[in-house]
Design a protein. Sequence first.
Length: 132
Amino acid sequence: KYSAMPFNYSIYPSNEELTYIPKFSAIGKLEMNPNCYCFLLRRDQLEYVSIEIWSVSREGVPLSHICVFSADRVTDASKELETPIVQSEITENGEILWDYNERGLHVMQVYRLNDSGIFELVSTKSEGEFSY
């Protein structure tokens, strides 16, 4: 569940009060499993943008989701994005090659949507260490 309610924020040092309205956009429908629907959704938040795949039962019940793209905004509410933290690729056989790369930690995982509409982790590999 994501909130689409507007909220107020301010940017230091001006402390001018601004209002931000989160946005959710349906990008498209993916054919990944005949037992469920898969939707590609974009989520625009104050500090970041993400794209997610949601699997939903034929009855409309959310089953599983995975973030396939995420990038922070250069400044809050700006349209310009920093280097992506999460990037993914969907192969011809439906596997999701998921890549997370932030602050020295690089994680590569492979996911597959099972017959029940759940994204399962197939393999994982990591390099480096996260540094603050």
